[in-house]
Design a protein around this ligand. Structure first.
Ligand code: ACO
Length: 326
């Protein structure tokens, strides 16, 4: 294995989803769709939607508070906040990390956002680990948080059935021994496809009157996703002289069950190797992997010593993955 020996590990995971749950049946009363179509095309049954008052930073703060309580860590021990999001509280600045920092009353520490779409949490994990390895930072919060409902066109059946709101967070800490949790990471992007998945408004390219809702070329993203999920997994295995038999779980970005099934087929493995909870939460973008990890822990599916692969893809078009020895 490509052991990096950075003695940084994931001490704990927390997550939060808003209480309001919206089923496929609920949506079928608003747009011309059905539970049968949504489930058969995506694997989604349900999604959680934040209230109008709650922003992305509120979802994140709830996830952080539950994590700190679980880990028994005083928030003053946190040395940095890195937030992966595509739906920050504000379109430009301040970063959502700084807003979260304010809500947690943690002035003085490092805080910044990572803009890598749905691959954001994977990018942010690698950035946090590298920063910690090269500094004296002992505890860093790596957050994936999204309020996608705020950028969803609720009259467009092509997209409104796909997304949900939520937040997840990992606490990266330094260990006293030389146990390395992060075995390897690969981060990629294909900028030539940037216009396949975007929120066109709010930036300096914005023209008066442009829609603020998420735009997606679903077919193009689907084809891209199936290919890169397979490619990233193979790249990580080859770089680390690992075989799929040595991987306990693959934890993919939860965008569409069919993408996972197609990637599993191309890899020649059973889809049960992939953890999936898209049925309950839909696609929560950068939050989907930490929400999945938290659910795995709560269901005793993840034990220390297991080897897992996270793999993600999304706007950018970005893609990548991590090999983690849990
Ligand atoms: N209910 C009923 N019919 C629908 C719905 C709906 N909710 N949505 C689309 N349709 C219709 C279309 O209008 C189309 O009808 P038509 O043939 O009369 O024009 C028909 O269903 C088929 O549409 P397709 O686009 O071919 O459906 P497809 O099987 O490709 O599934 C989907 C669409 C689910 C969006 C798929 O392309 C996909 O999953 N793409 C990838 C999406 C993704 O992963 N995005 C996120 C990645 S990044 C991130 O997470 C932010």
């Amino acid at each position: 294995m490509n052991d990096r020996k950075t003695n940084i590990y994931i001490q704990g995971i927390g997550s939060y989803v808003p209480p309001k749950s919206v089923s496929n049946q609920d949506l079928s009363k608003k747009v011309d769709t059905s539970d049968e179509w949504i489930f058969s095309h995506t694997g989604i049954k349900n999604r959680h939607i934040a209230s109008a008052e709650d922003s992305t930073s509120d979802l994140a703060v709830n996830a952080v508070n539950s994590l700190l309580e679980k880990c028994g860590l005083d928030k003053k021990a946190v040395g940095g906040i890195i937030v992966a999001t595509a739906t920050g509280d504000y379109p430009g600045f301040p970063s959502t990390a700084c807003v979260i920092q304010d809500k947690l009353a943690l002035d003085g520490i490092m805080a910044f956002d990572v803009a890598a779409g749905c691959t954001g949490f994977i990018y942010a994990l690698n950035i946090a680990e590298s920063l910690m390895a090269g500094s004296s930072l002992d505890n860093v919060l790596v957050i994936g948080a999204e309020k996608l409902s705020a950028v969803t066109d609720w009259s467009d059946r092509n997209t409104c059935v796909l997304f949900g709101d939520g937040a997840g967070v990992a606490l990266l800490s330094r260990r006293d021994d030389d146990y390395s949790c992060f075995v390897d990471s690969v981060l990629h992007a294909r900028g030539s496809g940037f216009d396949k998945l975007m929120i066109p408004s709010g930036g300096t390219k914005d023209k008066h009157g442009e829609a603020r809702n998420l735009y997606m070329d679903g077919r193009a993203v689907y084809t891209f996703a199936v290919r890169v999920v397979k490619d990233v997994i193979i790249e990580l295995l080859e770089r680390n002289n690992l075989t799929l038999d040595q991987i306990d779980w693959i934890v993919p970005h939860q965008a569409n069950m069919r993408i996972i099934q197609a990637a599993a087929k191309r890899l020649g493995i059973d889809e049960s190797k992939f953890f999936m909870n898209i049925g309950q939460y839909a696609n929560t973008s950068a939050a989907s992997i930490p929400i999945a990890l938290n659910e795995m822990i709560e269901n005793n599916l993840l034990e220390r010593g297991m080897t897992i692969i996270t793999v993600g893809f999304g706007a950018g078009l970005t893609y990548g993955g991590n090999v983690i020895r849990w």
